[in-house]
Write a protein that binds this ligand. Structure first.
Ligand SMILES: [Zn+2]
Ligand SMILES: [Zn+2]
Length: 153
């Protein structure tokens, strides 16, 4: 039986990214590995621009179109998901074994969007018989822990 455990103790997200990509049977290209690695390492969801900037910093030699194409492909494969922010900017985060139904938290102070994987929307349990949910968009807004700490000091 193939082991599904992710080597999350490895430095950086690249090896994990490579592992996840191999499970999709898609082509493992430097852009796909790079972009997924960036998403895995980020602690908040990233916009196109932030992904591009991080790729540049990491010396990933891929142009903008290649990056975006890799990103779209990752979303199609279910390795990443995109979130429509309150500011109408799309942001992306990796999705490694995380159920699609989870809430997103938009911090109004630092404008970051966080995936709250452990917060299962309880409204799902009150759904009348016969309905089946395919997708849930639950966007919460407020202040993230960092911004709250900054304001308190
Ligand atoms: Zn914040
Ligand atoms: Zn998310």
């Amino acid at each position: 039986m193939a082991s599904m455990t992710q080597p999350d103790s490895l430095p950086g997200g690249e090896l994990t990214a490579r592992n996840l990509l191999q499970q999709t049977h898609g082509r493992v290209t430097p852009a796909r590995v790079g972009v997924l690695g960036i998403l895995l390492n980020a602690n908040a969801a990233l916009s196109h621009q932030e992904i591009e900037q991080t790729a540049l910093r990491q010396g990933l030699s891929a142009d903008r179109v290649t990056l975006y194409r890799a990103l779209d492909w990752l979303v199609e494969q279910g390795l990443a998901h995109k979130i429509a922010g309150a500011d109408r900017t799309w942001r992306y985060n990796a999705q490694a074994g995380i159920p699609h139904q989870h809430a997103h938290f938009h911090c109004k102070q630092c404008e970051q969007v966080f995936c709250l994987e452990n917060l299962q929307p309880t409204l799902l349990f009150g759904l009348p018989d016969g309905y089946q949910i395919d997708e849930v968009e639950l966007n919460l807004q407020g202040s993230c822990p960092d911004c709250r700490n900054r304001n308190a000091s």
